[in-house]
Write a protein that binds this ligand. Structure first.
Ligand code: PXL
Length: 278
């Protein structure tokens, strides 16, 4: 039987909850074959305290070339790319592939730790990568940065952000409202329809990898031929169940449990169409 195949272009998160590790676990749990191009390693050196080790462009290029030449992937996502040069490499490589299902998670900030995109890379992200995306998946701080510092504090701000981010050129925008008070609400916008996805708020700090896994689950859904809306709904359920059954670590915030969705599913996500769009 043939299996759908996906690729993640992202950073390695040594602790295993986020980044490449989250993406591959998510692909596997959702029945998709995973490939990867590692852009950087996120891990803290005990003496120098250096936390991000980017890979030479040549190493990233080799991985992209290998994947494109040797595996017929159905969908791909980008996560932490970190530098302008890496963003440009990926942006120039994308048109050489025939992949249409491109998910761009414009990773800039995790919940803890160093910034995951360097200063000076924003312009390349906005002008070269986002316009090639089928869907982009910023969280609230990332949406704020993409919109040049505009504050997002209410649900109505979140809707406005989805509307305005669409003008940067992606087909769909998913802005994740996890940092709002109340239920976990995300907004999906395609330039015409605005959809709200709502899940109950789960009180935990162990959510490392939620954002990465969300975009990876969307990628897996698209690889399997789902529509964008169905892929996002699947992904929201996947992440909600993973947060519900988190994996605590002793000294730092723990991770979502990628096994939860396959084992118990998720009932608590509600999707609704918003009528009052601008
Ligand atoms: O969750 C954001 C994220 C993305 N990519 C890598 C990370 C993190 C956060 O830890 O380490 C590689």
């Amino acid at each position: 039987m043939s299996i759908s195949k996906a690729c993640t272009i992202a950073g390695s998160a040594a602790r295993g909850g986020a980044g490449i590790q989250a993406d591959l676990k998510t692909f596997q749990e959702l029945g998709v074959y995973g490939t990867s191009a590692i852009t950087a390693f996120v891990a803290t050196h005990p003496t120098t305290k250096q936390g991000i080790f980017t890979q030479p462009i040549e190493v990233i290029e080799a991985q992209l070339y290998t994947i494109n030449e040797q595996v017929d992937i159905d969908a791909l996502k980008t996560g932490m790319l970190f530098t302008k040069d890496i963003i440009e490499l990926v942006a120039n490589w994308l048109p050489t592939t025939s992949v249409k299902n491109i998910v761009v998670d414009p990773v800039m900030f995790g919940k803890v730790g160093p910034a995951l995109m360097e200063q000076g890379a924003m312009d390349a992200m906005k002008t070269k990568l986002l316009p090639q995306a089928k869907i982009i998946t910023p969280n609230m701080p990332e949406a704020t940065y993409l919109l040049e510092g505009r504050e997002i504090t209410t649900l109505s701000d979140l809707q406005d952000a989805a509307h305005d981010l669409h003008e940067l050129g992606p087909e769909y925008v998913l802005v994740k409202g996890g940092r709002l008070d109340g239920p976990a609400i995300d907004i999906l916008y395609d330039g015409h329809r605005m959809i709200q996805l709502e899940a109950p708020r789960i009180e935990t700090t162990h959510t490392n990898g939620a954002g990465c896994s969300y975009s990876a689950a969307i990628t897996a859904g698209l690889a399997q031929g789902l529509t964008v809306q169905d892929a996002v709904l699947l992904a929201k359920k996947f992440v909600t169940s993973g947060i519900r059954r988190f994996i605590p670590f002793e000294t730092v915030a723990g991770a979502i449990d990628h096994r939860a969705f396959k084992e118990v599913g998720e009932q608590g996500v509600v999707i609704s169409e918003l009528v009052s769009v601008k």
